[in-house]
Design a protein around this ligand. Structure first.
Ligand code: ADP
Length: 254
């Protein structure tokens, strides 16, 4: 079956003054995949994402999201995407349920806060304030809020940075669940094990250019075919496996 393209980026360029941060990149994201943008700091990942999210102007190139051209109908694109808010957007006086109701109102969408919080294991925190949450709970809430407007695509920027292994694996499960329910996920991460576990395909971005784009398996096989040999013998478990085996998979923060 032909896969449907839900994001089409062609020859995207972004200049900040004399500096070209994004140098004519092209890529497609297919409907319902988990697509990763990987790359060192300063590679141009956030710039690229923010342009697609309509939050930043591009210099040139075309961006089409679910058939909608960014140059023609940015407002229509906003309606079908889910973006993580800066935590400063979470009014300190409101609890999680009230925040979700507020955002639902802003999007003009009926929303069931209990159901959404339940999906992210936050039902016990319905009446808590954002600042009272642990790191993992904050990340889960932030991802929950991207779903309020029932978007077709969500964008997650380093969603597991700073989390302990239990919280990180829990978030991986949740991201897979969101995808299973039909949402396309675009994610940035610096954790290659995370990209390997979650992403159907990933683009490796460096200095404003895409230098590789394939499935994690495809990228690894290509390197191996070039004769790459690991210095250290690969063992059947990682140190993280040891950690999880010893401390269990249960979330600790709750
Ligand atoms: P990444 O998300 O991959 O870390 P960014 O897209 O944030 O990369 O940044 C790409 C490059 O563009 C960096 O060199 C950064 O310093 C520069 N840059 C980002 N935003 C601005 C801005 N508003 N003005 C000038 N330069 C910027």
């Amino acid at each position: 079956m032909e896969k449907k393209k839900i994001i089409e980026v062609k020859n995207l360029v972004k200049k900040y003054g004399d500096f070209t941060a994004v140098k004519g990149i092209s890529f497609d994201v297919y409907e319902n995949e988990i697509f990763g943008l990987l790359g060192p700091n300063g590679a141009g990942k956030s710039t690229t994402l923010e342009i697609i999210e309509t939050l930043r102007d591009k210099t040139s190139g075309t961006v089409v999201v679910d058939g909608i051209n960014l140059d023609e109908e940015p407002e229509s694109i906003k309606k079908i995407i889910g973006v993580q808010l800066q935590s400063s957007g979470y009014y300190p006086g409101l609890n999680l349920m009230e925040l979700i109701e507020l955002f639902g109102g802003l999007y003009n969408r009926p929303v069931n806060p209990r159901e959404l919080l339940g999906m992210f294991n936050l039902e016990d925190k319905a009446r808590a304030k954002y600042k009272e949450l642990s790191g993992g709970q904050k990340q889960r809430f932030s991802i929950a809020t991207t779903l309020i407007n029932k978007p077709r695509i969500i964008f997650l920027d380093e969603p597991t940075t700073g989390l302990d292994p239990q919280a990180r694996r829990n978030l991986w499960d949740l991201i897979q669940e969101v995808r299973k329910q039909g949402t396309t996920v675009v994610i940035t991460t610096h954790y290659m094990d995370e990209a390997e576990f979650l992403c159907d395909r990933c683009a490796i971005v460096d200095s404003g250019e895409i230098i590789a784009l394939d499935s994690p398996d495809g990228l690894i096989d290509k390197l191996v075919a070039q004769g790459f040999d690991r210095k250290k013998e690969v063992k059947k478990a990682t140190l993280e496996d040891v950690f999880i085996q010893l401390t269990g998979r249960d979330l600790r923060e709750d």
